[in-house]
Design a protein around this ligand. Structure first.
Ligand code: G5P
Ligand code: MG
Length: 240
């Protein structure tokens, strides 16, 4: 089994199960789960000036930017945050995790972002989740999250033990602004065009694995087996 650090990415439209699959991979293989949406929402919540250190190879200069305020305007409309904002944020997070196995969820999402990541490291695995659009719309409207941890629930698929309450902390769950119907429609519309060149790039590199279906539980065993070939599970028994 390779001892080098594993660098993996999960691609897929909104609601395709990236976060759900990443949580399972992180739990089973001990990778750091790095969700761009989660980092953006943290910045929005803090509503702070975040100092983004851009020591990443060849990308941007060191400086500050009101990431939270800017991101909020885009996310609430279901639009992508500008490339330079999200790239600097993610490069900064990756810089601080150089010595860890990691798994990116939601980044890169455009060719410009993929090229920036490319300058920083070689990826070992890229997964893309192909889920029918009708399924996605249903799922997102039934999703609730625990804002502090990013834990995701679905009223049908994995409901909380007590309605409206996080299983671990007992704190209230919320529905995100970008899961409201108008924002969901906008997010789904723009996904296909933007993702196509990113998928083509990783296909040409020979690291892309595509999974199709309407149920995460049916896709999961294939994802588990793919990762098992690259990294030793940290649990003796498969868990989720
Ligand atoms: P996010 O937060 O990255 P999206 O749009 O990529 O958001 P999202 O909505 O987080 O994607 P997901 O992670 O793919 O979806 O899916 P999930 O949360 O695991 O599952 C969706 C729901 O379905 C959950 O309730 C889950 O429990 C349920 N579910 C899962 N599997 C099944 C199943 O088999 N059956 C059923 N019934 N349910 C299931 O980004 C948010 C925003 O931030 C900005 C953008 O504005 C974006 O819209 N942003 C970026 N902008 C520019 N560049 C980037 N790189 C950006 N990253 C984020
Ligand atoms: Mg997600």
């Amino acid at each position: 089994m390779a001892s080098k650090l594993l660098r993996a990415v999960i691609l897929g439209p909104p609601g395709s199960g990236k976060g759900t699959v990443c949580q399972r991979i992180a739990q089973n293989f001990g990778l750091q789960h790095l969700s761009s949406g989660h980092f953006l929402r943290e910045n929005i919540k803090a509503n702070t000036e975040v100092k983004v250190h851009s020591k990443a190879r060849g990308y941007g200069a060191e400086g500050t930017e009101e990431v939270g305020d800017m991101a909020k305007q885009y996310i609430e409309k279901g639009l992508l945050v500008p490339d330079h904002v999200i790239t600097r944020l993610m490069m900064s997070e990756l810089e601080s995790r150089r010595g860890q196995h990691w798994l990116l969820d939601g980044f890169p999402r455009t060719l410009i972002q993929a090229e920036a990541l490319d300058k920083m490291c070689d990826l070992d695995l890229v997964i893309t989740l192909n889920i029918p659009f009708e399924t996605l719309k249903d799922r997102l409207s039934r999703r609730w999250i625990h804002p502090l941890s990013g834990r995701v629930y679905n009223l049908d698929f994995n409901p909380p033990h007590v309605p409206g309450i996080d299983d671990i902390t007992g704190e209230p769950l919320v529905q995100q602004e970008d899961d409201k119907p108008e924002a969901v429609a906008a997010r789904l519309r723009q996904y296909k065009d933007v993702a196509k060149p990113v998928i083509e790039l990783y296909k040409s590199r020979g690291v892309l694995h595509q999974f199709s279906g309407t149920e995460t539980n049916k896709i999961w065993p294939y994802v588990y087996s793919l990762f098992s070939n690259k990294i030793t599970p940290i649990q003796s028994k498969e868990a989720y």
